[in-house]
Write a protein that binds this ligand. Sequence first.
Ligand code: NAP
Length: 313
Amino acid sequence: MSNSRHTKVLIIGSGPSGYTAGVYASRAMLEPILIQGIEPGGQLTTTTEVENWPGDTEVQGPDLMIRMEAHARAMGCEIVGDIVTSLDLSKRPFTALTDSGTTYTADAVILCTGARAKWLGLPSEEKFKGFGVSACATCDGFFYRGQEIVVVGGGNTAVEEALFLTNFASKVTLVHRRDELRAEKILINRLEKNPKIETLWFNEIHEVYGTDAPLGVEGVKVKHTKTGEITDIPAKGVFIAIGHAPASELVKDQLELHSGGYVSVEAGSTRTAIPGVFAAGDLTDHTYRQAVTSAGMGCMAALDAEKFIAEQE
Ligand code: NAP
């Protein structure tokens, strides 16, 4: 059965920006409703140790998100386990339809839908997705105990995943298209010291291959970016860690986007081109993409929304 609810502030998304917006909007007595989306807690729920969240020398990503959710709830934010399937920003109040059938109208909307893992786009990658090809080491690493694994990418995610996977794998080959990693120095140091990890520079995945019955990966063929030479690497698991793309589908035809899909906001604020619509976190941030900067933007968005609502009233 469908029903309709109105709120002053609707927060869409449940990563650090969403929950922080929930804390601040609740404390501003705006009685916000937060719709969690398809992956409650967001990207941090698929990581392990987080060592750069201020106040915690080390915290598990999923634990941090449970704490953030509890914090937002304790401040009075209503948190709903639902998915926004469409959003109409053409007139106020804004309207969000959800998977459960509930329609929300809102005076202000804070978009915190974040980003999700990118894929290489190879047909063979698609074929073996979920059957040896994964984008989440914490979710799937356990299946590869004692096996050889390939990780693709050169950023923080790739290095963290390679390190984490050595807990299970007999060997991890990190395949990177250049000869320099963009990961933080502390992670590169750990990578270099880990005897289970071998790094293969100037190579890209050419093809993932395996068996059809049962469907499963047996290895990858990599191609040298300079010489074109093809090398075969046997592996039972292939982890793609080549960055993230913003989850801007809900608003892509309604708001200005930049850098391949990030929602544009006014410099120094979270205001989009539509008054009353604010964007925070990885959905808008092409540069920093950290949990702490995302949380900071969630705070800014709630303060911007509070000001907007006060002006309307
Ligand atoms: P990223 O920093 O954008 O790195 C993506 C990597 O994948 C790059 O090395 C890139 O190569 C490579 N790549 C991209 N497209 C490719 C393709 N089609 N084929 C082969 N390789 C490709 O992404 P990320 O590592 O996911 O990190 C995203 C953000 O989250 C960053 O700001 C990062 O600092 C942050 N993060 C932080 C932590 C932490 O603080 N502990 C953990 C995870 C992520 P090039 O280098 O050649 O461009």
